[in-house]
Every structure is written in C-alpha cells, then in structure tokens.
Write a protein that binds this ligand. Sequence first.
Ligand code: NAP
Length: 285
Amino acid sequence: MGSSEIKNFGILGYPVGHSMSPRIYRAAFDAAGFPNYNYVPLPTHAGKLYFAVEGLKGLDFRGANVTIPHKSTIMKFLDAVDADAMIIGAVNTVVNDGGILTGYNTDVYGFLAALAEANFLAEDCHAVILGAGGAARAVLWGLCKRRAECITIGARNPQKADALAKDFLNYGRVEGFDWHSDEFKEMVRTADIVINTTPLGMYPEVDDMPPIDLKLLPEGALVYDIIYNPAETKLLRTARAMGLPTLDGLSMLLLQGKEAYRLFTGELPDLDVMKAALEEGLNLR
Ligand code: NAP
C-alpha cells in the first residue's frame, strides 16, 4: 500500500548491535513503499528499561521488538499483554496504539508457522524439547496449543526442566528430565520431533551440539534446531547425514518477524525481501 507518513520502530535489548532486525524491517518497509518508516537499534541497560519504555510513548514510536535481556522484565511496564505472551511469560513485540503499549510474543507464531511450512503436524505428536529457557517456553506453548500428545523436556538442569513442565501442566502432558538420564533416553525412542532451544551450536561455537543420541530416534523423526546462525548447525548436519528430516531456525525467525510486521502495520510484509536481507546480514558476519 505504502505511505509517506513518518513512523518510528526499534529494537530494545542489550546488546543489540548484532541484531538483524533493523536490516530486515528496513528492507521490508522500503519494499512496501514506506520510505519514512525508521527502524533503529535501541540499546537499553536493564536499569533503564522503564525509562526506555516510557520513551516509546514520549517519542511516538509505533512499535518495538524486544530481545535479551528484557523479554520478561518489560511486561510489568506495559499497559496490556496479550494472552500468548502472558502464558509464555515473555514479550518480543510491543505495539503503541495512541500511548497504550501492548506486548505480544510472536515467537510462538513463528515456531508454529515454520512447523506448518515444513508440513509437520504437531497434533498428537510426541515432542522432545532440548533446553528450558525463554525460547523453550514459546515452543512448549506452541505445542500445547496444537495439542501435542506428550511433551518431554530435557535439559542440563533437571530442576529447571521440571519447573518448566509444571508451569504448563494445565495445558498438556509435559514432563521434565535430566537430558543425561536413562528415562530421558527412553523418551527419545518414541519422539516424532526433537527441538533444540539451547544455544549449543550457535555461532561462534559451531562445533557444539546438545548431547542427544540421534540414533535413538525413530525413522523419520524431525530434527528441528531453532538456532539460525549458522542455519545448518552440527546437530542438523549430523541428523541429515543419518537420513533424518531437518528444519533450521531461519523460517521461525522470519515468520515471527512477519507477524510482528503485521502487528506494527496491519499489512503483510514481502517475506522474500525479509529473507534476502537476513541472509545478506548473516553472510556479512
Ligand atoms: P535462554 O533463555 O538463555 O535459554 C537457554 C537454554 O539453553 C537454557 O535452558 C540453558 O540452560 C540452556 N543452555 C545454555 N547454554 C548451555 C550449555 N552450554 N549447555 C547446556 N545447556 C545450555 O535463551 P533463549 O532466549 O531461550 O534462546 C535460546 C536459543 O534459541 C538461542 O540460540 C536463540 O538464538 C534461539 N532463538 C531462536 C529464535 C528463532 O526465531 N529462530 C527465537 C528465539 C530464540 P540453563 O538454564 O541451565 O542455563
């Protein structure tokens, strides 16, 4: 549609210098005919978050993305938080409607849309999640929303895996384990999908991978790594060499960005433009 109106957007986090978001959204705004939509990094120290959030109102920002370390702490400074973000306990997108700031979590949308694109039906599946941090919460909620039959969380810290499982007990059959335990290995044998939500294998530690024995997986189980840099992690390379289907984190990243763009503008972005901008940015690293 396009417009010559000026609108401002940004990404709140610390650090944010590495973020691909300014590059991706600027490319999408330009392609859609919004030359006066600005998107800037907003590096924000934890102790200044309240003032930064009020600043979004003061400076008439239309919206912001939110990244580490503010995804949870920002919630208390917002006027409203949507239901998905409330359950996940994290916000990655803020929209300013005339001074009313509403928080959303588009990671869950991106995760489910990426699964759908890969033709994976989460309904009735047995999913194994590796890791019990922030991204694991969005993934877990997505699987609960799709009514996965059983969700197994494996993490290096079994207390965290257990606590996360208990948080979602009302929404599905979820159990947490030490990922080195025999019980966990037994669960892996019946998984339809394994999702890595840890940073193990992320640039620059590209030779790392989570300690899962992929040989235990049934034939055809999908191995999904939500890391997007590199797109093919050691986990995915290993799975591919064993003939298992794989899915990388680029589509989740792009699709969560697509949903944030829709919340910001009311329109859908050109995903190919966003993808090209992301790939160009990652290649420059
Ligand atoms: P987080 O909240 O810090 O959680 C990380 C999880 O990984 C925690 O369970 C943590 O365990 C575990 N972990 C970290 N380092 C580990 C290690 N060396 N060995 C074993 N476990 C380790 O981080 P997050 O926000 O969930 O992000 C995790 C990953 O997801 C990152 O790579 C991020 O880029 C990716 N991500 C991708 C997308 C996408 O759109 N594709 C979206 C969101 C996140 P402890 O709790 O014991 O420390």
